[in-house]
Write a protein that binds this ligand. Structure first.
Ligand SMILES: C[S@@+](CC[C@H](N)C(=O)[O-])C[C@H]1O[C@@H](n2cnc3c(N)ncnc32)[C@H](O)[C@@H]1O
Length: 254
């Protein structure tokens, strides 16, 4: 079975909202926390790039809050869904399909803020790829522009190494879709194969789809070191208790 990141998110694009019990509320909740953080660090920021927008969870919420939002992602199907979700809400946003390691060509303008939320950077499995992506992000920021990224709390998860991770507690039962993950940890490295199961009810039968991708359990110290190597300054971590966001967030200045 393929472990390609692009195929994983292409296959997931139509059902991605099912990861959340209520995607619409998540859009609002996440934008509110990100907005507070951006305002605190860059009061006059107005032009934002979401360089791993997926179906638009953070990009849509920030556009609804008045930011001028550009959004890109590796997965063409995720970008197409984000584009249609933005159109449904009458939001004026610009989209592109782009790998974060080759971000420079995606849009021809600099950004006050670049965001990459909900655990995208850990898809980059080597230090070389991570630093390459961060250098590209830094290049598209204005001088002293702000980078904002969130990742899972791998410092904690590496101690626990969980194998079964439910995704939509409470479920999106109206749609009869249940999503859960199995994590197969590799021996001798801090990576794991994520096997995502999407169970959906069609007529009286359940259909089960399994898709797979690999993640690096990226420690906060490792991401901090990669940000430094890419030339970022003022690197700061924000815990969920402080930021109101559901994952640890790192901010850094170009
Ligand atoms: C967990 S999803 C989060 C998406 C979105 N931020 C959200 O919360 O809905 C991770 C996203 O990162 C994208 N991604 C993974 N590797 C990427 C890369 N090298 N360049 C650009 N996007 C990438 C995937 O296609 C996917 O949409």
């Amino acid at each position: 079975m393929s472990e390609s990141v692009k195929s994983f998110y292409d296959d997931l694009a139509a059902d991605y909202h099912s990861i959340y019990a209520d995607w619409e509320s998540a859009i609002k909740r996440q934008a509110s926390a990100l907005d507070r953080l951006i305002r605190g660090a860059a009061a006059h920021a107005s032009v934002v790039l979401d360089c791993s927008c997926g179906i638009g969870t953070q990009a849509i919420g920030l556009a609804q809050r008045g930011y001028e939002v550009f959004a890109s992602d590796l997965s063409p199907k995720a970008v197409a869904r984000a584009e249609s979700e933005a159109a449904k809400r009458a939001l004026n946003m610009r989209f592109a399909v782009a790998d974060v390691r080759e971000l420079e060509g995606a849009f021809d303008q600099p950004f006050d803020v670049v965001i990459s939320c909900d655990n995208t950077l850990p898809h980059l499995l080597t230090d070389e790829d991570l630093t390459l992506a961060l250098r590209n992000i830094r290049r598209v920021l204005t001088a002293k522009g702000l980078f904002v990224a969130s990742i899972r709390d791998y410092d904690r998860l590496l101690a626990e190494k969980p194998s079964i991770v439910p995704l939509n507690p409470g479920g999106t039962h109206e749609e009869e879709v249940i999503v859960f993950q199995i994590w197969d940890w590799s021996q001798g490295s801090d990576t794991y194969l994520l096997r995502l199961f999407i169970m959906s009810q069609a007529a009286s039968e359940w259909r089960v789809q399994e898709i797979r991708t690999r993640y690096r359990a990226l420690r906060r110290s490792e991401l901090t070191a990669a940000l430094e190597a890419a030339g970022f300054a003022e690197i700061a971590w924000h815990k969920p208790e402080q930021s109101g966001y559901f994952q640890p967030i790192v901010t850094a200045r170009a």
